[in-house]
Write a protein that binds this ligand. Structure first.
Ligand SMILES: C[S@@+](CC[C@H](N)C(=O)[O-])C[C@H]1O[C@@H](n2cnc3c(N)ncnc32)[C@H](O)[C@@H]1O
Ligand code: SF4
Length: 469
């Protein structure tokens, strides 16, 4: 238990999690003692916060119907009250204000569906003008893609193997040197799972990620591509997170092309050789340029992932990474903010992230990408991100990735195959999402494959998917 957990008390346990999320925006382990009291009387919600002896009280009037709506407003107003109290106490404002725990775009769509403009709510929450404008632009870029279609699905295929482990990464992937012995049995299980998903209807897009799919040898890569091809009609948007530039070969790219892949990720993360070494990626900036050139020859749509705030990286190095990515002119550029995740090496080294220039990095990326003609087309935030900053996917006109929009906005079912893959069903009328996850660990996934398939059949059973026997 860290110090911060002991410093907040509230008379309303159901609000504790939300309040902690706001507290974390302002403090590390050094938070002062804070007490929170909540009372409500019909439409009146009163939140009182006491910080270091100063008392702040906020009253909101809001009609509500039913338990779900009551809890939603109770949480919303409690967060807002604590945020305002801490803003006054510390003199600091946060770029996303009191918004925590909900995707900003989902909240914005929710307001639109209720017939309201989302801007007043965001302003009330203290979201910066720049971020309100970012959300507006994302919604505009999603026009024509964003659509709730009952029964439409995206396919995910997980390849949890990598050439080495990057220090920030918490994905279940491991160094292929240690897990390579499982590849044969893993592909046997994956083929079985994919075969069981044949016959599903209305596939919108497919995504093979991981991990680093291109780390597989030709014969193994061919196996998984052939198994997937049976499910993915030609012409469907089909991304392979080819991933690290050190595993690219012309032979492998040709294989992807032959199997209908339309989009690949060539992920630099940074163009600084020093940072690449520090974070455990065994490639150089020169490898990135080489891999990119190779991918271009095959006519794929290309995405490049970058991370702002990588260990030891200066503002200048990050700026150079953005400029280098823009100079390559990929169809999509995704700018992540470094995030401290359980299971990552970085988490063992640091308990909290302090990236002094993160706001400048994000501001620079926005300025450069807008100027180069890119538009933000999806965005999301993660807990424990440096500077509470967001991750944004940028696209050239007409090149937005449908899979990313569907997954981030949670508007389609997801049929996910492989270890640690999480399938999802969206029940629109009920505003409900159900998920089912496969075991994280590769040997357990292999061992339990029959049960995994059976559970999946039940999970999608009442839907229109017809799984083969
Ligand atoms: C599932 S990873 C796979 C990418 C691929 N294996 C590669 O490394 O090129 C997808 C992306 O998430 C981002 N990412 C992973 N861990 C992160 C972290 N802790 N903080 C910020 N971004 C992260 C990276 O940009 C990465 O490219
Ligand atoms: S960032 Fe990519 S290459 Fe690095 S460990 Fe994670 S999945 Fe593997």
């Amino acid at each position: 238990m860290t110090g911060i957990i002991k410093m907040l008390t509230t008379n309303a346990e159901i609000l504790y999690g939300e309040l902690m999320d706001v507290l974390r925006l302002f403090y590390g382990d050094d938070a002062p003692d804070i007490s929170h009291f909540f009372v409500h009387d019909g439409a009146k919600f009163v939140n009182t916060v006491v910080v270091c002896g100063s008392e702040y009280s906020f009253t909101e009037e809001q009609d509500w119907k039913g338990d779900i709506e009551f809890k939603r407003y109770a949480r919303r107003f409690a967060k807002l009250a604590l945020y305002k109290a801490l803003r006054t106490e510390t003199g600091k404002s946060m770029p996303w204000g009191a918004l925590t725990g909900i995707r900003p775009t989902k909240l914005a769509y929710g307001e639109r569906e209720a017939g309201r403009d989302f801007v007043p709510l965001f302003e009330k929450f203290g979201v910066s003008a720049e971020n309100i404008s970012l959300v507006s632009d994302v919604l505009a870029a999603q026009e024509g893609i964003y659509g709730k279609e009952e029964g439409a699905a995206d396919l995910y295929i997980g390849i949890p193997f990598c050439p080495s482990k990057c220090n920030y990464c918490s994905f279940i992937t491991a160094d292929i040197g240690k897990t390579g012995k499982y590849i044969g049995a893993y592909l046997d299980a994956l083929e079985k799972e994919l075969a069981a998903c044949k016959g599903m209807g209305r596939l919108k897009s497919a995504y093979m990620g991981g991990g680093t799919p291109l780390v597989l040898e030709m014969k193994d890569l061919e196996r998984v591509l052939a198994a997937a091809a049976g499910l993915i009609p030609r012409g469907t948007e089909y991304t392979v997170e080819a991933g690290r530039p050190d595993v690219f070969t012309e032979e492998k790219l040709a294989l992807l092309k032959d199997h209908g892949v339309t989009r690949i990720c060539v992920n630099p993360q940074t163009f600084s050789d020093k940072t690449l070494e520090r974070i455990g990626r065994k490639h150089t900036a020169a490898d990135i340029f080489r891999a990119f050139g190779m991918a271009q020859k095959f006519g794929f749509d290309i995405n490049c992932d970058l991370i702002a705030g990588l260990t030891g990286e200066s503002l200048g190095e990050f700026e150079n990474s953005i400029e280098s990515a823009v100079s390559l002119s990929p169809d999509n550029i995704t700018v992540h903010s470094l995030c401290l995740k359980k299971g990552a090496k970085l988490k063992e080294e640091e308990s909290r992230l302090f990236v002094s220039d993160i706001e400048k990095m994000i501001a620079f990326s926005r300025e450069k990408l807008y100027a180069a003609g890119y538009k933000p087309y999806y965005m999301y935030r993660q807990k424990y991100a440096a500077g509470n900053a967001e991750n944004t996917g940028w696209t050239k006109q007409g090149k937005a990735c449908v899979y990313n929009v569907d997954v981030m906005e949670e508007i389609t079912d997801n049929i996910a195959c492989g270890a640690n893959a999480v399938s999802k069903r969206v029940f629109f009328g009920e505003g409900r999402i159900e998920r089912i996850g496969s075991p994280k660990d590769i040997p357990t996934y292999i061992q339990k494959i029959d049960k995994i398939i059976e559970d999946k059949r039940k999970f999608f059973g009442s839907n229109q998917f017809t799984f083969s026997k």
